[in-house]
Design a protein around this ligand. Structure first.
Ligand code: PGA
Length: 256
C-alpha cells in the first residue's frame, strides 16, 4: 500500500514577472496538467499568484506561496496574510525557508506562529528545516534539525499533522550544485519521521510527506526519490525551466 503520494513543489523564489510565470505554467500544464500520480505545487512570487492561479484552473497542479504573515490582517506594511493567499485558491505555503531565516531574521518562534496560522486557514505548510555546512561539519546536523522541527511544530495537533509537509534542505546544498548523498538525505529524513512519530504518533507520522531540497535535478532525483523516507522534492533552480521541472515530476511518477 502506498501511504504517501509523492509531491514535487517548485520554489521560484524572486524570479519571473506575472507574464513570464503564466508562460511557464501554461507550458507545464500542457505537459503534466492532468496527471494524478504525484502532487505538483508551484510557488511563484506574490505578484504572480493571481495570474498563475488562473492559468492552473482546470489542471491538477496546485498553487503555493513562498511566505506569509501569521496575522490575518492589520498594520504590517509589506506583508501578506493566509486569508489573502486563500482568496487566490492557494493550498500550500513554504515557511521557514533558510533564505528567510538567513536574510530576513526569521527564527523558530516566528515560523511556529506562521505554521499555526497556515493550519488555521486550511493552508498546508511546507516547513523547511536543515543545517548549515558548519553545523554539519561540527556533527550537529540531527540536533539542529530536531530543534527546528520541534520548535516550529509546537502546538500542532495530532489531527492536523497529516496535512504537514516538511522539507529537509541542507543549507549547503541550496543553489550550490552540491547535493546531499542519498545516504545523508535518507538518514535525516528517517530521523525527522522518528521525531514526527514522537510528536504525533506513528499513523500520523507515516502520512507526512518529507521532501528533499537542495540542488535536486533530473539527474540526481531518481536515486533520492527511491529512498524510503524521501517523499518528493522542493525544487529551486530546476523549477524555473519547463523541461527540468517536468522531468522531475516524471522521475517522481516513476518512483511512486
Ligand atoms: P535549489 O533550491 O533547488 O536551487 O537548490 C532549493 C530551495 O531552496 O528550495
Amino acid at each position: 500500500m502506498i501511504l504517501r503520494k509523492k509531491l514535487i513543489a517548485g520554489n521560484w523564489k524572486m524570479n519571473k514577472t506575472a507574464a513570464d510565470a503564466v508562460a511557464l505554467v501554461q507550458e507545464t500544464v500542457s505537459l503534466i496538467g492532468k496527471q494524478t500520480d504525484v502532487d505538483v505545487v508551484v510557488c511563484p512570487p506574490f505578484t504572480a499568484l493571481e495570474s498563475v492561479a488562473k492559468a492552473l484552473d482546470g489542471s491538477t497542479l496546485k498553487l503555493g506561496a513562498q511566505n506569509m504573515h501569521f496575522e490575518a490582517s492589520g498594520a504590517f506594511t509589506g506583508e501578506i496574510s493566509a486569508p489573502m493567499l486563500r482568496a487566490f485558491f492557494a493550498t500550500h505555503v513554504i515557511l521557514g525557508h533558510s533564505e528567510r531565516r538567513t536574510y530576513f531574521g526569521e527564527n523558530d518562534e516566528l515560523i511556529n506562529k506562521k505554521v499555526l496560522a497556515a493550519l488555521r486557514n486550511q493552508l498546508r505548510p511546507i516547513l523547511c528545516v536543515g543545517e548549515t555546512l558548519a553545523e554539519r561539519e561540527a556533527g550537529s546536523t540531527l540536533k539542529v534539525v530536531q530543534t527546528q522541527t520541534e520548535r516550529c511544530l509546537e502546538g500542532v495537533g495530532k489531527e492536523q499533522a497529516p496535512t504537514l509537509v516538511i522539507a529537509y534542505e541542507p543549507v549547503w546544498a541550496i543553489g550550490t550544485g552540491k547535493v546531499a548523498t542519498t545516504a545523508q538525505a535518507q538518514e535525516v529524513h528517517a530521523f525527522i519521521r522518528g521525531l514526527l512519530t514522537n510528536l504525533f504518533g506513528e499513523p500520523a507520522a507515516q502520512k507526512v510527506r518529507i521532501l528533499y531540497g537542495g540542488s535536486m535535478k533530473p539527474a540526481n532525483a531518481p536515486e533520492l526519490l527511491a529512498q524510503k523516507d524521501i517523499d518528493g522534492g522542493l525544487i529551486g533552480g530546476a523549477s524555473l525551466e519547463v523541461r527540468s521541472f517536468v522531468d522531475l515530476v516524471n522521475a517522481a511518477i516513476a518512483a511512486k
